[in-house]
Design a protein around this ligand. Structure first.
Ligand SMILES: Nc1ncnc2c1ncn2[C@@H]1O[C@H](COP(=O)(O)OP(=O)(O)OP(=O)(O)O)[C@@H](O)[C@H]1O
Ligand SMILES: [Mg+2]
Length: 382
């Protein structure tokens, strides 16, 4: 079931939650809506589901405009961001709920519920209450419930958001396998880039109510369209005026033509990685120009790297880079106001209330809808 979203706008009062969204969601694939909190992901999903009306624009499902089709007639399975279970019904009762209200025969419901509980590996818990399940089990139950009505479209809003990292990882592998068996067109909201890159065929990056980029995971990672996308999909740093990923930097212990000379000012071990902060020669002592370099601990050990040592840095061949103009040296992406401006400068007019809906960091700014006054060297949207 393909979905075509054209020119969708949605405001809550004077706050624009979605601005001119145009998006084609392919049939039979998993599409991830990825973006920071407050970006508009849930709002967009609710509009597709018919639980919310767009102010303007259209959503077509399989080529047919759905504007006047109520949610219950859209044949959509929905798993909400926050658990929505019927506490007084057993697991089997929850899974079969959609079929019961459609007055399906009892034996058909029982057979379907059994099939689904096996699929989500909960067959032994059919008679339990949801409160007697773990968080991961409850989310699998919610998925089975959404699948029971044989939806043509499955919408999942942060289905694993409330779970710990290990369970999330297991469930996302499981979701991918489930999808490969069932091929239901699935739209899946997450703010976790690893989850999106691992599970989805297609990723839509949404920020501040607009679509930043759409593409398969590898394209987004290798060819980000903006500093925001690059920074959202992984860590970035700045090397010689270019944004680059810290593991795409080659480090040498002897001078190389064209390489940037610097000193290791900090070396950390995080799991299998060594993270080095390299201060370029003549750079500010406050660390604002430090280049972050990530390498495996084995490689770091083989070079014998340590704090205080002089090194030379260059981008690896084929590394993804973007011009860093207007991006802070720490690699913080998506400057709201472009390159640093004069302290106290009034930049009214260049921002809308939507721009400042996220959290502004790295600056001391007074901001009100439509106007921002800076008291620092830059202003960045987290
Ligand atoms: N019913 C509402 N009334 C007013 N504002 C709303 C309403 N629903 C959402 N918003 C606002 O719209 C913006 C987008 O919200 P939305 O829930 O779509 O974000 P999200 O991307 O799903 O975020 P999260 O990752 O935190 O779930 C937010 O700033 C939110 O405060
Ligand atoms: Mg949300």
């Amino acid at each position: 079931m393909s979905i075509d979203i054209r020119g969708v706008n949605k405001s809550f009062g004077d706050f624009a939650a979605l601005t001119d969204i145009n998006l084609a969601i392919p049939s039979g694939k998993i599409t991830a809506l990825l973006g920071p909190s407050g970006g508009g992901k849930t709002t967009l999903l609710r509009i597709v589901a018919g639980l919310e009306n767009a102010d303007s624009g259209t959503v077509s499902i399989e080529g047919a405009d759905t504007t006047n089709v109520p949610a219950r007639k859209r044949n959509i399975g929905f798993v909400f961001q926050h658990y929505a279970v019927f506490k007084h019904l057993t697991v089997a009762g929850n899974v079969g709920f959609g079929l019961s209200i459609r007055h399906r025969p009892k034996d058909e419901i029982a057979a379907k519920v059994n099939e689904l509980l096996e699929l989500v590996h909960l067959e032994q818990f059919a008679d339990r209450l949801p409160s007697q399940l773990s968080g991961g089990q409850r989310q699998r139950m919610a998925l089975a419930r959404a699948l029971a009505i044989q939806p043509a479209l499955l919408l999942l809003d942060e289905p694993f958001g409330a779970l710990d990292a290990k369970v999330r990882k297991e469930l996302r592998e499981w979701l991918r396998e489930l999808h490969d068996k069932m091929h239901v067109t699935t739209v899946f909201v997450t703010h976790d880039q690893e989850e999106a890159l691992e599970v989805a065929d297609n990723v839509v990056v949404i920020n501040s109510g607009t679509v930043e980029q759409v593409g398969p995971p590898a394209t987004l990672y290798d060819e980000p369209a903006s500093p925001f996308v690059m920074g959202f999909l992984g860590e970035v740093t700045t090397l010689g005026g270019q944004l680059i990923r810290p593991h795409d930097i080659v480090i040498h212990t002897d001078p190389r033509p064209g390489a940037l000379a610097g000193t290791i000012v900090r070396a950390q071990r995080v799991g299998f990685e060594a993270r080095l902060h390299v201060r370029p020669e003549g750079a500010a002592a406050d660390g604002s120009s430090d280049v972050l370099v990530n390498l495996t601990r084995t490689f770091a050990r083989s070079l014998g790297l340590h704090e205080g040592e002089q090194v030379w840095l260059e981008p690896e061949d084929g590394a993804t880079t973007l011009p860093a103009a207007g991006v802070s040296a720490s690699g913080r992406p998506a400057p709201v106001l472009g390159s640093p401006r004069r302290e106290g400068e009034d930049v009214a007019g260049s921002l809308t209330s939507k721009d400042v809906a996220g959290s502004l960091t790295d600056c001391r700014c007074d901001y009100a809808p439509g106007s921002v006054r800076l008291h620092g060297s830059g202003c960045w949207l987290a």
